[in-house]
Design a protein around this ligand. Structure first.
Ligand code: PHE
Length: 447
């Protein structure tokens, strides 16, 4: 049991890597990445996205872990303490604060979509898509969104599962949950890609994902790619900083980052190779947008042989992916409450979880009763998404990397990253210039 005196720790290096991968692999990989590829011109988007991951994502990921490991506390206290130790202003704690607040806000609407995944898993298992045509499936999705009671029930169940795992602690909950769910995720995805390979659409899907059409590449695609690199690696949300705070000295951060990034990217690309063959083989639209997973795919599942099993597996995959991410979003908030209030682990988890759940209700009402309640033209759901992904994540991520690259003693950083002089020169180039300028560029464009 974690107490303030003996801070919790991951039980093993592999447990940490799996938990971090679980955080990274989520709705972003399986729901968002394929439809973004579909909307932004296939492989050109994929290549830009990979560049963003390598040049900007990895340095920020490593910086957040490094800070968390040094602080061994929640992101706010970690930043305040390290800044103080190095003679910098305590206002650097803001970087942690924006992160924790970001995690809090994101989980509120992430859980709503996690609830959709649960609901669709039930539908898939009960064969509800079977024989429906395009209009009927579309209408079913709209009807589902129009019922606040339904959405509330599934959002509540999803949040309950999240709270249940997190309440069990770092090694006993987050790590154990990821150790169970991640292998299952991998297995399900292999089965689905294997199915894709048996359809006539596999070649088309591969061409779509891997043959770039550079004419589609413009500033907007670039921004979307970088924004998604942030989201998919769970950066700028206090999540990776919190995960770093449970790390021991023995873990090589760059090596861990390489594993997490390769797994995250593999999951995203495999999700594409599971989804697009079905889309192409059935003559459906790859650019369907957010409805790709909830409308286009069920249409296929309802009309192909083995669709019942494939559909059930697919939505189980989506649910697991969402859950290993949602637990990581709850963690920084729980860590903060645990350390700054008299609440114990379970109390902190319940209080944080219920507060986020309540905010999630406002998010789910944007699809029905409150669809006309708008701030600056955005409903609550879109507003939460917009403010977090366009402003808070880039700011917190930028703060973390600027602090590590410009404010810490660089000799120590080099030792901690276990880099020789050549490797560290490359790190410095990326961490001091490339990554911050990249983020600033995106941030500027968002303004
Ligand atoms: N990385 C997760 C995904 O791709 C989302 C996430 C964001 C999780 C931020 C935790 C923190 O879906």
């Amino acid at each position: 049991m974690a107490t303030a005196q003996s801070h919790a720790q991951w039980s093993s290096r592999m447990g940490f890597v799996l938990a971090a991968t679980g955080s990274a692999v989520g709705l972003g990989n399986i729901w968002k990445f394929p439809y973004m590829v579909g909307q932004s011109g296939g492989a050109a988007f994929v290549l830009v996205y990979l560049a963003c991951i390598a040049l900007i994502g990895v340095p920020i990921l490593v910086s957040e872990w490094l800070l968390g490991r040094r602080g061994q506390k929640n992101p706010i206290n970690t930043m305040a303490q390290i800044a103080h130790q190095h003679g910098h202003h305590r206002s650097w704690a803001l970087v942690g604060a924006i992160g924790v607040l970001g995690a809090f806000l994101i989980l509120s609407f992430y859980s709503v979509i996690g609830g959709w995944a649960l609901a669709y898993m039930r539908d898939a298992i009960f064969g509800s898509f079977s024989g429906l045509d395009k209009t009927a499936i579309g209408t079913a999705f709209e009807t589902f969104l129009a019922q606040p009671g339904e959405l509330l029930a599934w959002h509540s169940l999803f949040m309950l599962l999240t709270i249940g795992v997190v309440a069990m602690g770092v090694a006993g909950g987050l790590e154990r949950g990821s150790k169970l769910m991640m292998p299952a995720l991998g297995l399900i995805l292999i089965v689905l890609v294997g199915y894709g390979a048996t359809t006539g659409g596999f070649g088309d899907a591969a061409a779509y994902l891997f043959n770039p059409d550079w004419t589609k590449l413009d500033g907007k695609v670039l921004l979307a790619a970088l924004g998604h690199a942030f989201f998919t690696l769970s950066l700028g949300m206090g999540v990776m900083m919190a995960y770093g705070s449970y790390l021991g000295e023995d873990v090589n951060l760059l090596r861990a980052a390489r594993t997490v990034v390769i797994m995250d990217t593999t999951f995203a690309l495999c999700a594409g190779m599971a989804i697009f063959p079905i889309v192409f083989a059935n003559g459906l639209d790859p650019a369907a947008g957010p409805g790709l997973v909830f409308v286009t795919l069920p249409l296929a599942f309802g009309n192909i042989t083995g669709g019942l099993l494939l559909g059930s597996l697919f939505f189980l995959l989506l649910t697991f992916a969402a859950l290993t991410s949602s637990i990581s979003l709850l963690e920084p908030v729980v860590e903060l409450l645990e350390e700054r209030t008299p609440l114990n682990r379970i109390g902190a988890t319940v209080v944080a979880g219920l507060t986020i759940w309540a905010l999630g209700i406002a998010a789910l009402l944007s699809f029905n009763l409150w669809s006309e309640v708008k701030f600056a033209g955005l409903n609550v759901f879109d507003l939460l998404d917009y403010v977090t992904s366009k402003f808070m994540l880039p700011l917190a991520g930028l703060g973390a990397i600027v602090f590590v690259a410009w404010k810490l003693k660089q000799d120590d950083v080099q030792r901690e990253l276990q880099l020789g002089s050549g490797g560290f020169a490359l790190w410095t180039l990326l961490a001091r210039y490339v990554a911050p300028i990249g983020v600033l560029f995106v941030f500027w464009n968002n303004l």
